[in-house]
Write a protein that binds this ligand. Sequence first.
Ligand SMILES: [Zn+2]
Length: 675
Amino acid sequence: MNKQEAVKKIGELRVILERHRVLYHVHDSPEIDDEIYDSLMKELAKFEKEFPELDSPLSPTHRVGGDPLPKFQKVTHEVKQWSFDNVFSFEELKDWEDRNIKILEKMDSASLPTYVAELKIDGLKVVLTYENGKLIRAATRGNGEVGEDITENIKTVRAIPLIIPEDVSITVIGEAWIKKKDLVKLNKERVKEGLPLYANTRNLAAGTLRQLDPRIVATRNIQIFAYDIEVSPMEFSNKWKRNIGTQEEELETLEKYGFLVSKDRKFCKNLEDVQKFYNTWINKKNTQDYGIDGIVIKINERKIWDALGYTAKTPRAGVAYKFPAEVTTTKLLRIVVQVGRTGAITPVAELEPVLIAGSTVSRATLHNEDEIKRLDVRVGDTVSLRKAGDVIPEIFGVFKELRPKNAKAFVMPTHCPSCNSKLERIKVGKELSAALYCVNKSCPAKHLEGLIHFVSKKGMNIEGLGEKIIESFHDIGIITDAVSIYRLKKSDIEGLEGFGEKSAENILSSINGSKNTQLYRFLYALGIRHVGEQTAKDIAKHFGAFDAIRKAPLEELSGVEGVGEKVAQSLIEFFSDSRNSSLTKELLKYINIEKVKKSPGGKLKGRTFVITGTLPTLSREEAKELIEKNGGKTSSSVSSKTSYLLAGENAGSKLTDAKKLKVKIVNEAELKAML
Ligand SMILES: [Zn+2]
């Protein structure tokens, strides 16, 4: 294919992919299977690799996320990001309308406003700037004047277009959110990994978009509802904007441009209509995939909107009508600290049981020490509690005037409640963790959590050993580590309180049944930090045998698809600890790992090559084929992930890049020698 043909093909593929993105992510009515979409995407990526000069940072192939950033840059918003005033009752809403009508009467404006009511999504406001139809920047709202540049993260969000089909320069405002079911799924993973949980979908959306690694953002399924188009004051009177006469048309325009816009909006002739919409959603709000904390009412007519102008704080033409929140108060009885499997220490509030959002709650997370300090919450306090997004109940306020006289500030323990070793903040990447950790390798509480993880469904799947049983066996000392599970005898169990012959036999047969297992289950069960179920599967698939994993060097581990530096480092650490190697050796005397066929690969499996310059005998295409045939991969640009630069004559900037990044450089003969 020549370049001219490639230009045409790439253009066509991008148009098709954009059309199907809109069908899937905006209209929720896909016309093609995901597999077909993926394969079109692969085809596009192939052409872009072949003709790197035709690649573009706004191509859909770049939605998978680029390299992590060292930090976010600050961005000054072109248009100040105000937020609407809140009202809490129909009377207040009516007052708002009366004030507006008075202003309009003074201006001799004859027409009365109509309204558009939209849902107020509990998410994170984002500001997307397009220049000549191209996304050039995305930022958080921040304090309204200055936000943070999150462009690389937003590019991974498929609910927004990277290029809009008209040559306009606009700012689009949207609310980012994450589905409740995605929050539940992610929190389940985090429980397993001993990480602190996200309290609600808003925290998760905010936490995700403020992630420095766009590749993580790409996995999180962020949604964005677009709801407003702004143009800078300089262009305020431009013709294009004047063509949009109403808020309804503005929302339709956003849809036409390929943004996801909430369908749950309503044109309202008057405030009585608005109140009906409000009443409907107060009853329906928990049926949606996202949190809703009220409705937003905007004057529909752009002319009236402009005539009313702004107060010092906010535009007069819109208002937020908030729902009464699902909150309650109760008494804080105790603060206990929990030790997770990885040693993370989480303070938990024990509460006087109270009914909230339909269920009785007696515990709430306090997240970490900083959060306790921020709230200044003490034992004996009356606290306000909310259950946000149906997830973990959370304390968000304290009635200090009701505080008992002698209530003391909570002091986070300096030592592990279980083993009494000194707690530390650990390094997470380059930073120190917010949570304290018990780093004692023989901590009983960590062991217990580790054992619960070991027998769990995704691990060794020993159904007969539930959490309670493990806990009591651990307490009396008949289970001390994972190996001791397989050494249990009937006589150890029989006669213990609550266990007869039959139940002892059941437990033993359940343990026996777990002895034949798959490699990934065993690997997952070991509870290695950062090795969740999917990662365990990826590693197992690549290596095929436990011994190969145990002996693998860092470079090979981090080259495995789905495994990064962090996971690889953690595996190396785990296996270099002599206790772990003797434990796994002992375990494998009892456990039989089913043989899996190593996935077809070759000598270059896990290696990524970049090709540059003219090779003596092979064309670039032939070199690429040769590498791929032997299980290797090729990429168009040199990065820290590149294993080798295959360089021929007249190699240009890629050679310089490779030298800078200390990537190994090989020639054609050396490549052939590897095979
Ligand atoms: Zn401990």
